[in-house]
Ligand binder design. Structure first.
Ligand SMILES: Cc1ncc(COP(=O)(O)O)c(C=O)c1O
Length: 384
């Protein structure tokens, strides 16, 4: 399977995202098994991955999507189908008019927001199930920028601000506190959630456990996850349980293929400038920050030829990381970053006019498709 992929890496026009649907299918098999074992429903978080040419398989396996904005919700309604849920820190009146057209569930981040929009929802021609995002107040995140329960967080209603008197019309509670975490962390969250909010669950129809469950990783404790979901379902038999992972759906399914444009001397090692950019094409590398893996490369010192890989923008910090290769890099050579499906394509930008990576898909039969390439108009079209 990887042979044809390696061949494609040499032939695509760079920079390019290459998404392998066979790997998405592997992840979907894992998620389908979790659904079958527990009876929970699983939505894909479009904020992580929204590549519509891969949606057919995702739609078959999962129950729908969760969106942050009206545009994401509309994308889910148009191209994925199934249930469309939306939740954000806030919605404007205009947002709400569009969300009402596309959503089955809307989750509010505060009771004030719920109060402001509830009449609009009640007057809608379709039935929409409303929920409140709560903040269990237990910080477990390892990366502060991705920790919705960090002290002072604006995400979710904490127990002291929870308003049982305003629950009329609310069907569900939602929490999202994890990021790349194991079932043991979910267990901790569930304990605090039930301790603080358990008394309201008899009034609800559903609970959403959010995303951040690393459940398609080989070492994730899926037995424990299934036990937790089933245990919760046994204690609250009337509740429907949702999970809304993003990353887990497309883990290890995407690659960003770049070419070396130049090699310049650096202070401690040569620097290879690529036709991609951390800030434009993989901003999480700088925001999180983290060092993405490169196919066939190791940590510096490990393989004999060390390089810093840098982007082509003017940003001084547009550096992807330091790597060791078996042989010297040359201009024109391909460099392939792995695990690039989630939070990459959805976050790209055209800073400096850097062109967006082309988008390729490898279908289930192993055939490569060029889904999209970009041009000057895509840069200019975002500006006035
Ligand atoms: C509310 C909500 N749900 C789901 C997700 C998906 O998380 P992940 O991609 O880590 O599974 C996120 C990610 O930020 C989120 O904010």
């Amino acid at each position: 399977m990887s042979d044809d992929r390696d061949r494609y890496f040499c032939t695509v026009q760079t920079p390019a995202f290459v998404v392998d649907e066979r790997r998405i299918e592997d992840n979907l098999d894992v998620l389908t098994a979790i659904k079958a074992r527990t009876g929970c429903r699983i939505l894909i978080a479009l904020k992580a991955f929204a590549m519509r040419s891969t949606f057919a398989g995702i739609a078959r396996a999962l129950d729908g999507c969760c969106a942050t904005t009206p545009d994401e919700a509309h994308h889910g309604r148009l191209h994925l189908g199934g249930e469309v849920h939306a939740g954000a820190a806030a919605f404007s009146d205009t947002d709400m008019d569009q969300l009402i057209e596309d959503c089955d569930h809307i989750v509010f981040n505060s009771f004030s927001l719920w109060q402001r929009h509830r009449n609009r929802i009640a007057a809608a021609s379709r039935s929409i199930s409303c929920g409140i995002r709560i903040n269990p107040g237990r910080s477990l995140g390892k990366t502060p920028i991705y920790d919705p329960s960090r002290p002072g967080s604006r995400l979710g209603v904490s127990r002291p601000h929870f308003r049982p008197d305003l629950l009329d019309g609310i069907d569900g509670l939602h929490f999202h506190v994890l990021c790349q975490q194991d079932a043991a962390d979910l267990q901790r969250v569930l304990r605090v959630f039930e301790e603080h909010f358990g008394e309201f669950l008899h009034r609800m129809h559903w609970v959403n456990f959010g995303g951040g469950h690393y459940m398609t990783r080989p070492d994730y404790d899926r037995d424990r996850l299934c036990g937790l979901i089933k245990g919760f379902a046994d204690r609250h038999a009337h509740l429907r349980i949702y999970l809304e992972p993003g990353e887990a759906v497309v883990l290890d399914a995407g690659f960003l293929v770049a070419s070396v444009l130049d090699i310049i001397p650096g202070e401690s090692m040569p620097i290879a400038i690529l036709d991609t950019s951390a800030t434009c094409h993989m901003p999480d590398v700088l925001e999180m920050p983290y060092r993405p893996d490169v196919v066939g490369a190791g940590t510096i010192g490990a393989r004999g030829h060390d390089y810093e890989l840098g982007g082509l923008t003017c940003l001084a910090a547009d550096v992807i990381g330091r790597y060791s290769f078996d042989s010297r890099l040359r201009v024109g050579q391909r460099v392939v970053f792995s695990d690039m499906a989630q939070y990459s394509m959805v976050k790209t930008n055209t800073f400096n006019g850097v062109r967006l990576p082309s988008i390729y898909r490898i279908d289930r039969a192993g055939k490569l498709h060029l889904e999209r390439s970009f041009c000057y108009e895509d840069f200019a079209g975002r500006l006035a």
